[in-house]
Design a protein around this ligand. Structure first.
Ligand SMILES: NC(=O)c1ccc[n+]([C@@H]2O[C@H](COP(=O)([O-])OP(=O)(O)OC[C@H]3O[C@@H](n4cnc5c(N)ncnc54)[C@H](O)[C@@H]3O)[C@@H](O)[C@H]2O)c1
Length: 398
């Protein structure tokens, strides 16, 4: 069977990671074209990361007009997704968008309206749905072991320096980490609860990162002996930083290695409550100065289910009415590319394109998740609950 031809827009970390996944793991796909608005980065990244031979474009329109690809993968930064996705859909391409779908209500509506008009497929890059523990947890809930889900809660204490060194620390670029990163676990909650959000209330603040340090970057600082977050770059990493980012910054000012204590308008702590259309109420605490602790718990009318990063490779179900405790062992994949999740996600994209059956989550799922983060930011700013139908018509997401 002929290979499916892929065009990748945005050749940063994520775009490059997909080039490698496809090249090394997915023989049914072939990267035929890549685009990045930064010509210096495009050249250096493709050389240093040994991209396969393919057409290179510095204009998204030129890539789309070339008609080389069957499917476009959008791996540009969050604030650009809407513009790029709408172009791809209007040009009649199947399109994959890495998370989050959008960073404000207008973008969300634009994307969903364009998606309604096309007959092509849309795929959302929620690779966490391919994490073996979450797959199993979802299946146990679907099988009815805890009965009807009535309540959910999640906690993620993430080590967030990577975000405070990059564009993610500016709300105009990411609309906050509850949108950018939170959308992953929020999607898992939406998936397990099986509904769409109607109301969000949130509190949030910046309490650890950000500040007034004026260093030009983490690599140009005099406090490396005392700063707990001083980043020690290997020779190879320094070269990549220099070639792919510092030299390319003359084109667009993209700064890669900010001091984590330099100015940022993005909270690093969020506590969000979500009400769903099926009546379920859930809460999500996400903070970015943690150590990687994560747990998620759902309570139903027949019991509770818990995934806890401190109890490795297991899922615990506690049945009510004397049913007792059941521990499921779930071996985590140890492969590269997000524990193998990116490989499985790409395999499902291939299956979807080959069969016409939509296996991956689509843009509605993407919107259900990012709109919760967007609503949380409005709630934090305005100190009030936010009704989702005031941001997007519920008909577009349900
Ligand atoms: N699912 C995951 O686990 C995961 C992991 C990392 C990143 N992501 C997502 O992937 C996306 C990219 O993240 P990243 O870390 O690779 O960012 P990045 O900053 O490393 O790379 C983005 C690239 O896009 C280019 N670009 C910017 N605007 C463009 C435009 N309009 N057209 C074409 N190119 C443009 C930039 O020059 C840059 O090279 C983000 O939306 C992020 O949320 C997802």
């Amino acid at each position: 069977m002929a290979k499916i031809k892929v065009g990748i827009i945005g050749t940063g970390d994520r775009g490059t990671s997909f080039v490698k996944v496809i090249q090394n793991e997915i023989p049914e796909l072939e990267v035929v074209a890549v685009a990045d608005t930064n010509p210096v980065r495009l050249e250096s990244v493709s050389k240093l990361h040994e991209y396969p031979p393919c057409e290179k474009f510095t204009s998204v329109d030129d890539l789309l007009n070339s008609n080389l690809a069957d499917v476009i993968m959008v791996t540009t930064p969050d604030w650009t997704h809407a513009e790029v996705l709408v172009k791809c859909m209007e040009k009649g391409y199947h399109v994959f968008c890495d998370k989050p779908l959008a960073i404000n209500p207008q973008q969300t509506k634009q994307i969903l309206e364009a998606a309604r008009k096309t007959k092509k497929m849309q795929f959302m890059g929620f690779n966490m749905r391919y994490n073996s523990q979450f797959i199993k947890m979802h299946q146990i809930i679907e099988d009815g072991e805890i009965g009807s889900v009535l309540s959910g809660t999640a906690y993620s204490g993430y080590e967030g320096t990577g975000y405070f060194r990059r564009w993610h620390k500016f709300r105009e670029k990411s609309e906050g980490l509850i949108v950018h990163k939170g959308c992953h676990l929020i999607d898992i909650m939406n998936w397990c609860i099986g509904s769409y959000p109607v109301k969000v209330y949130a509190e949030g603040r910046q309490c650890h990162f950000g500040g007034d340090k004026k260093w030009e970057g983490c690599h140009k600082c005099d406090e490396t002996e005392t700063c707990p977050y001083a980043r020690k770059l290997s020779e190879k990493d320094s070269k990549l930083l220099e070639e792919i980012y510092i030299k390319a910054a003359v084109v667009d000012g993209y700064t890669r290695n900010y001091c984590v204590f330099s100015p940022s308008n993005c909270p690093d702590q969020y506590i969000v409550t979500i009400e769903y259309s099926n009546g379920v109420i859930a809460s999500f605490t996400e903070l970015f100065f943690g150590t990687g602790v994560m747990f998620m718990c759902f309570a139903g009318d027949k019991g509770e289910i818990v995934v806890d990063s401190l109890v490795k490779d297991t899922i615990t179900v506690i049945g009510k009415y004397g049913k007792g405790k059941k521990v499921y062992e779930v071996k985590k994949e140890t492969k590269m590319y997000h524990g193998g999740a990116d490989i499985e996600m790409m395999k499902d994209m291939v299956k979807s394109l080959e069969t016409g059956n939509h296996i991956l989550p689509g843009f509605k799922e993407g919107a259900k998740s990012s709109i919760i983060g967007i609503a949380a930011m409005i709630s934090i700013d305005e100190k009030r609950p936010v009704m989702i139908d005031q941001l997007v018509p519920l008909g577009l997401i349900k």
